[in-house]
Design a protein around this ligand. Structure first.
Ligand code: MN
Length: 296
């Protein structure tokens, strides 16, 4: 059994328990991309500051080739983490980038942009996640920004045969590719051989969940199977995860904002009036010009 350092030397590490298990529901978005919506709107208050998690794992090109053509966002951040395949990004700020397996894209929509996310492959597996992270009210109208994080720019470490990729936050002293104020997101991709243990500290005030995408994990007495999300109770010093089989999962945690959430599709603000303003600004062209419209 592994332990991690605690404030009081020698005190045992107490793991959070699993509060609820969720199986995502199959849906489609963009131009017919099949995906599993894991974190749905009903869970936003419970998993504040996270607004959405989509998992996609498609072998059949018909299920992903449409991609996500030009669409707007305002008021939050999107984090796309690719496990397999290639996606091309373009946005109205003039940014372009290629997302590839093991890499991530961190986009801060802020006051708004229009972007597209389109497959850059004709066949083969397309797999990954898109996580939506809220912005605090004071930052919802900041200038949009965008960062491509290639696979080699995501720090990783191996401890007790467990491989951990630190996309955001800090794990075992390793600072992730991204750190953010206010919401202090933790986003880890964890690969465990059968029987291995991994423990991660998480402040009890932070909301946390994990999603298994290969194998079977166990937290306390609760088994979490492939394609299930476990919401972790806000107790304990963090979470201890044991792999029942060779297992891969993402662990996500963040500091809640405790602010009102009003969502209308790709706009997430604090009030209905701000949503109305977003719609007006979008219709008036104040989000900039879509990539396709800029082509000769
Ligand atoms: Mn988008």
């Amino acid at each position: 059994m592994s332990t991690v350092k605690q404030g009081t030397p020698g005190s045992p590490f107490v793991s959070r328990a699993v509060e609820r298990l969720f199986e995502g529901h199959a849906t489609s978005d963009g131009a017919g991309v099949k995906l599993t919506r894991v974190l749905t709107r009903e869970l936003q208050p419970r998993l504040d500051p996270f607004l959405m998690l989509d998992a996609f794992r498609n072998e059949n090109p018909d299920d992903y080739m449409g991609g996500f053509p030009d669409h707007p966002h305002r008021g939050f951040e999107t984090i796309t983490y690719m496990l397999a395949g290639h996606m091309r990004h373009h946005d109205s700020a003039g940014n372009s980038g290629l997302l590839e397996a093991g890499g991530a894209q961190w986009m801060t929509a802020g006051r708004g942009l229009i972007h597209s996310e389109l497959p850059e492959q004709q066949d083969g597996l397309m797999e990954g996640f898109q996580l939506w992270l809220n912005l605090p009210a004071k930052n919802k109208m900041i200038a949009p920004s965008y960062r491509d994080i290639p696979p080699e720019a995501i720090p990783e470490f191996v401890r007790n045969e467990v491989r951990v990729r630190v996309i955001a936050g800090v794990a075992d002293g390793v600072v992730g590719a991204v750190t953010r104020p206010d919401t202090e997101p933790l986003f880890l991709d964890i690969h465990l051989p059968a029987g291995a243990d991994f423990a991660q500290e998480i402040p009890s005030s932070h909301n946390a969940f994990l999603y298994v995408y290969r194998g079977v994990a166990k937290v306390g007495d609760q088994e979490i199977s492939d394609r299930f999300m476990a919401i972790l109770a806000n107790d304990g010093d963090g979470v201890r995860i044991r792999a029942i089989a060779p297992t891969r999962l993402i662990l996500v945690a963040g500091k809640p904002l405790h602010e009102p959430i009003v969502q209308h599709g790709p706009f997430v603000m604090n009030t209905a009036a701000e949503i109305e303003q977003a719609l007006q600004d979008y219709r008036a062209g104040r989000f900039g010009q879509a990539f396709v419209a800029r082509q000769p």
